[in-house]
Design a protein around this ligand. Structure first.
Ligand SMILES: Cc1ncc(COP(=O)(O)O)c(C=O)c1O
Length: 398
């Protein structure tokens, strides 16, 4: 067969490439998969072949989801384009129009918006209750409550709710339990062991771990994950092959990153709690939930530390006073970053409600990275001095 120029342009391909075995997984950067004949195509529809079209399923997305499934101890897992896509899929897998979701008052702002604004349009209702108080939470159930959505560690005040008790209560009332385990990761906590049906993650955070990926994942009971996968495909919120590849690559270092994140964060939390410009530090195990942190998080407090500036200190000057820690509306990178929840993650929550939840203007959340903790504290000291009105913004020498 001799091809003309234009055909050669389209069809060049090194011979035998597919026979090589790369050490790292290849990226299946393809929108669809090739079939040699109609019998092979039929094998996809009978379930003997897994891949047809990347929006439905892709090997890299599966590779990443399998990794998280193994770490969380689930039956199955499905990757999604973002944490919100994973939350949407998990939620729609469990609730129908006319049914209601019950979730903590301090739930992540994006989830709050999804539940109150978007799912409301589908006829799905939502009720909020204080997750720290099992009795109050129990009183918020309605006959239509079908899903209880929880978070392992709350944002930004980093409280750990009594999850096994809440999950048991939800199961008794016939509700499906979904836990957002983004802040804890399976390194610290595995909510499926406490009775959750599904776990969701913003893999954008610790699972991928380097601040260069937007991804999500749903893992847990097979029947719900199967439905979540169908929803991900139908809504077009699948994870792209390259992002999945990056996320799977990041996942391999989860243990070592989390261990160092936790050590550094505990040290930063202790240091902040002695600083005169700081009115209060929120860190699991330090400020509250001492026993729960031991039983639920294996004694580790996670990578995030939140603090409230003392009355009179200027939060804007705190951010201005920092020399190298960046103000970034995310968390979980290898670099330490700071965030202002009142103007980002909790912006969607009405101001009065936000204040009632303790998310005041002076609240700062630190995502503690992998740098030397002494350098992190020195840098935070710069910001705190500026907040107190006597800052000097100097970059440390290399
Ligand atoms: C706890 C939690 N859940 C879900 C999300 C949403 O994840 P994504 O931004 O990947 O959609 C976030 C984002 O910050 C989060 O903090």
């Amino acid at each position: 067969m001799t091809w003309r120029f234009d055909t050669r342009v389209v069809h060049f391909r090194p011979k035998g490439l597919e026979r090589e075995t790369p050490k790292a997984p290849p990226i299946y950067q393809t929108s669809a998969f090739v079939f040699s004949n109609l019998e092979e195509l039929e094998a996809y529809f009978t379930g003997e072949r897994p891949y047809l079209y990347t929006r439905y399923r892709n090997p890299n997305a599966d590779d990443f989801a399998r990794g998280v499934t193994a770490l969380e101890g689930g039956e199955d897992g499905a990757a999604a384009a973002s944490g919100m896509a994973a939350i949407l899929a998990a939620t729609l897998a469990a609730v129908k129009p006319g049914e209601r979701i019950l979730c903590p008052e301090e739930v992540y702002g994006g989830t709050y918006l999804l539940f109150t604004r978007e799912l409301a349009r589908l006829g799905i209702g939502v009720d909020f209750a204080p997750a720290q108080d099992v009795d109050a939470f129990a009183r918020a159930f309605t006959p239509a409550t079908r899903l209880v959505f929880l978070e392992t560690i709350s944002n930004p005040l980093l409280r750990v709710p009594p999850l096994p008790e809440l999950a048991a209560l939800a199961r008794k009332r016939g509700a499906v339990v979904v836990v957002d385990n983004t802040f804890a990761t399976p390194y610290l906590a595995r909510p499926l062991e406490w009775g959750a049906h599904l776990v969701v993650h913003s893999a954008t955070k610790f699972l991928a771990g380097h601040g260069d990926v937007t991804a999500g994942v749903v893992v847990g009971e097979g029947r719900f994950v199967k439905r979540a996968r169908e929803i991900i495909a139908a809504y077009g919120c699948h994870l792209s092959p390259f992002e999945a590849w990056l996320a799977a690559r990041g996942l391999k270092t989860l243990s070592v990153r989390m261990e160092r994140h936790c050590q550094n964060a505990a040290r930063v939390a202790r240091w902040l709690s002695e600083h005169p410009a700081v009115a209060r530090v929120f860190y699991p195990g330090l400020s509250h939930d001492e026993d729960r942190v031991h039983t639920l998080l294996g004694g580790r407090g996670g990578a995030l530390v939140t603090f409230r500036l003392r009355e009179g200190a200027n939060v804007r000057d705190f951010f201005r006073g920092l020399a190298w820690i960046k103000l970034v509306p995310t968390l979980a990178g290898v670099e330490t970053t700071v965030a202002h929840p009142a103007s980002t993650s909790h912006r969607a929550i009405p101001p009065a409600k936000r204040r009632a939840l303790g998310v005041t203007e002076g609240v700062v959340r630190v995502s503690v990275g992998l740098e030397d903790p002494a350098d992190i504290c020195e840098e935070l000291a710069r910001g705190l001095a500026a907040a107190e009105g006597n800052g000097e913004r100097t970059m440390p020498s290399d």
